[in-house]
Design a protein around this ligand. Structure first.
Ligand SMILES: Nc1ncnc2c1ncn2[C@@H]1O[C@H](COP(=O)(O)OP(=O)(O)O)[C@@H](O)[C@H]1O
Ligand SMILES: [Mg+2]
Length: 504
């Protein structure tokens, strides 16, 4: 018979309002093992961890500790040695490191809280973790990574049997992460159960013995990690094969929506570029870093000065000297760096959707009602994962921020979208959503797209035609079957396939 689990959940379900966020989850954790819990944003990981540590009561289901059914609450959990390092930092900023470590748990001397003992024990914990933190330092002075480490020390100062860490490495440096992993290994050898939530699959593969996968509130896998590749784990998380992530490629109409003729930028970075974009096309631009793709797009939208050349929109000559003039011509640009995408991060999310169209709306009404409605429309159709329209933008994940940027661009009614590395740093499900949005708008001929990407699978999966650039100019084009890895790489490098074969 298998050894009894130290902690087990049977049929755990949870609702927030009407939303079922955990659906009959069965999980079991054994002593001396490290469990990696993965799932996309919103899969229910944090909710499950809060239930397993007594901070939330499930609507149904049972929890067993050492085989005995138990109703957990935070005190009971503490007594049983179940310690949660929550996803959100929970420190008292104006207090010192050692004070935070022992907060609510102070070892008492005869009459007074034993300060000396606390400092000594804090130093001990810090030494074991091998990090450079002064126990006397004020927490508010620490970097976010170090604060996270203090949060972990707080957990380690307790008598812990089961350590649950919810995305502990999110703000840790590579070095700090490795030190944390060393500690996890030590804990494991001393028989402690470690439950480690992360969406960084590399870390999971490195640290975990067993894997728990949640998807949309359901447990879809628990078992040995052994042979899974990162791709396979990602596939379990999203519930589809990676090669199904790209929607079916769409055709285009012969009509040119954009034509660029003999374009040269004033700074010499772009030379003699000519190409056309067809109606409803998803046109790829591939090249190595520094090939001039971003510079070309900047020249087209008027951010970079051109010295000669012509641009036609819908067959008519267009003068574009600024982003505003580009927008007047129905062209919008999604920059390579999300930081530059013009989201106002301390705004409520709904305000960002209508950021570029405020005039239009304020002419009709002055209340934010319309803005909220517009946001809700995109929230639904783009699957933007937020708690509500008033959530502050910077609290969204990268992928959801990117979908918000898209809502803002689509809301302008633009017909031509130039997207520079649209899915860089974006989680897998948001990527899927972004591809779907592109494909839908293109197939309905509501918009045409230029996709600049260094991600070959992405450009191959998405585009029927790919233009390749090198040294500030176009060096090749691939259509249909030619849109294929070696072909694109050879063009980008400037070696022909026959030359390459000759060398061998
Ligand atoms: N306190 C709460 N009130 C309402 N909804 C919540 C609350 N906490 C989480 N949710 C919702 O429950 C779902 C699961 O969230 P969570 O457990 O935080 O997922 P994960 O940690 O896997 O990203 C999400 O849709 C989230 O918006
Ligand atoms: Mg979470």
């Amino acid at each position: 018979m298998a050894e009894m689990p130290v902690l087990q959940g049977k049929g755990i379900s949870m609702k927030f309002g009407e939303a079922l966020v955990l659906d009959s989850v069965d999980v079991a954790f054994h002593p001396g093992k490290v469990y990696g819990v993965v799932g996309e944003n919103g899969a229910g990981k944090s909710t499950l961890m809060r239930i397993l540590s007594g901070f939330l009561q499930p609507i149904s289901g049972e929890i067993y500790v050492d085989g005995k059914q138990t109703v957990l609450n935070p005190y009971k959990a503490k007594e049983l040695g179940i310690v949660l390092v929550p996803q959100e930092l929970n420190l008292v900023e104006p207090l010192r490191v050692y004070e935070n470590i022992f907060l609510g748990d102070e070892p008492t001397g005869r009459f007074l809280i034993d300060k000396k003992k606390m400092i000594q024990e804090a130093s001990e914990i810090i030494k074991n973790l091998d990090v450079d933190i002064d126990p006397m330092e004020l927490v508010e002075r620490l970097s976010t990574g170090k604060k996270q480490m203090v949060e972990i020390m707080k957990a380690l100062s307790r008598s812990v049997e089961i350590l649950i860490m919810d995305e502990p490495t999110a703000s840790l440096s590579e070095d700090e992460t490795q030190k944390l992993f060393e500690t996890v290994k030590k804990l494991k050898t001393s028989g402690i159960t470690v439950i480690f939530v992360s969406h960084r699959l590399k870390e999971i593969v490195q640290i975990a013995d067993e894997l728990v996968v949640l998807r949309d509130g359901k447990k879809v896998y628990q078992g040995a990690l052994s042979d899974f590749s990162e791709t396979q784990i990602a596939e379990m998380m999203v519930g589809r094969k990676m090669d199904e992530i790209y929607p079916e490629k769409v055709g285009w109409e012969e009509k040119n929506v954009l034509e660029v003729r003999d374009l040269n930028s004033a700074d010499g970075k772009i030379r003699d570029v000519s190409f056309t974009l067809k109606n409803g096309e998803v046109l790829g631009f591939y090249g190595l870093v520094g090939a001039g793709r971003t510079e070309l797009m900047q020249t087209i939208i008027g951010v970079r000065k051109l010295s000669s050349g012509e641009i036609f929109v819908d067959g008519k000559p267009a003068i574009i000297r600024s982003v505003k003039e580009a927008m007047k011509n129905g062209i919008v640009y999604l920059p390579e760096e999300r930081k530059l995408a013009g989201l106002i991060l301390n705004f409520e999310v709904f305000k960002n959707t209508s950021l570029m169209t405020l005039d239009k709306i304020s002419k009709i009404v002055t209340k934010p009602k319309v803005e909220v409605e517009r946001f809700e429309f995109y929230r639904k159709s783009f699957d933007i994962r937020v708690r509500g329209p008033y959530q502050i933008t910077h609290t969204l994940s990268g992928g959801n921020q990117q979908k918000l940027v898209l809502s803002k661009l689509v809301e302008t009614g633009a017909k031509i979208f130039i997207m520079d590395e649209p899915t860089r740093g974006v989680d897998i499900n948001s990527r899927y959503q972004i591809y779907k949005i592109i494909s839908e708008l293109a197939s309905k001929k509501m918009a045409s797209f230029i996709v600049v990407s260094s991600d070959l699978p992405e450009i191959i999966g998405l585009c029927n035609r790919v233009i390749v650039m090198r040294n500030g100019t176009i060096v090749g084009e691939a259509v249909g079957e030619e849109v294929e890895e070696t072909n694109l790489i050879y063009m980008a490098l400037g070696v022909s396939e026959s030359q390459e074969k000759f060398k061998e």
